[in-house]
Design a protein around this ligand. Sequence first.
Ligand SMILES: C[S@@+](CC[C@H](N)C(=O)[O-])C[C@H]1O[C@@H](n2cnc3c(N)ncnc32)[C@H](O)[C@@H]1O
Length: 327
Amino acid sequence: MGQAAYGMREWENATNHFGQISKEFPSNKAVAVPYKNAVFRLIEQKHGKFDFKKMFLESKKDKTELDVADFMGPIEIAKIDGKGRGIIASKDIKSGTLLAVSKAFASGYDQDYDGFLITINLIRRDGGTAAQMLQVIQAMKNLQNNPKRAKEVYDLYAGADDTVTNEEILFGVIDAARIQRISAFNRFASDDLAPGVNFAKFAGIKDNSHLFILPSYFNHSCLANAHRTFYGDVMVIHATVDIKKGEEICLSYVSPLLEYSVRKQKFNAWKFTCNCELCAIDSKDKFSVKRDQMIAEFGEYARANKSSPNRVIAKGEPILKKVYVYN
Ligand SMILES: C[S@@+](CC[C@H](N)C(=O)[O-])C[C@H]1O[C@@H](n2cnc3c(N)ncnc32)[C@H](O)[C@@H]1O
């Protein structure tokens, strides 16, 4: 019973079961370790006390799937004008506060696909990787094994044209199309391959894809007030500035260092327009396209001449000066 509760991530239940057995059979050594683990998970879940050093070291292994609980800090899910749902601060928050720790509900890794695969994601209208496909399959398997988690998965955003949001899905039924839509709008890659950088194998990059529950409720801002870090299949989110109670908390889905036109193009995958202050300023900047072109041209030159750094610098310096002129 304790093992089953642990597997279903019901930490309080698992702690109680293991605690009961250790009380009844104090000399039973086999229960000591799982009991201790369940207690640790409960402390993580209730108090947000994590052994980040251990998590970091474990995350260095390939495809690590960590054994940690989920934690929800001083945040809540709320309706946000023009963005559907989002995350707000439930009290005043200091910069650096731990906001959330979330273990992926399902993960997929390129290494697990023995072959070459090109998929087209018709929802996002971009190319897909083996990792993304495997993550969708894993989500379906996990729901089959633990149908109790269906509501939290099916509640995730599945696109504006999703017509079945309020339709009840019968217990134990796997809605494959919905899981695909949910994954398209909510998945993260833990090495933060920019969305759209697909067919990763061409570049020799191993892709991975994770579906998280709580982190999926964070909307995007180029000027985000929170930052995410990955430890294997676990996402950890911290506040990066002081945040007032009721204020929306956002992550950056794409790097704010990217040029405006590139960012705008990447938002197409999630089908929204960013109205943050940075985008408002950038959208009025009449030289941004010209700068993008110059930087893209330089990037191509640098890649083609990467074995001759002196040539790259000689080409780059005048371009940098010109970029300043178009400022
Ligand atoms: C990962 S979900 C975020 C949670 C979602 N808003 C919800 O209601 O569940 C991504 C979707 O949120 C919306 N979104 C995220 N950031 C946004 C923003 N800055 N402005 C408008 N919509 C945004 C888009 O519809 C996007 O496809």
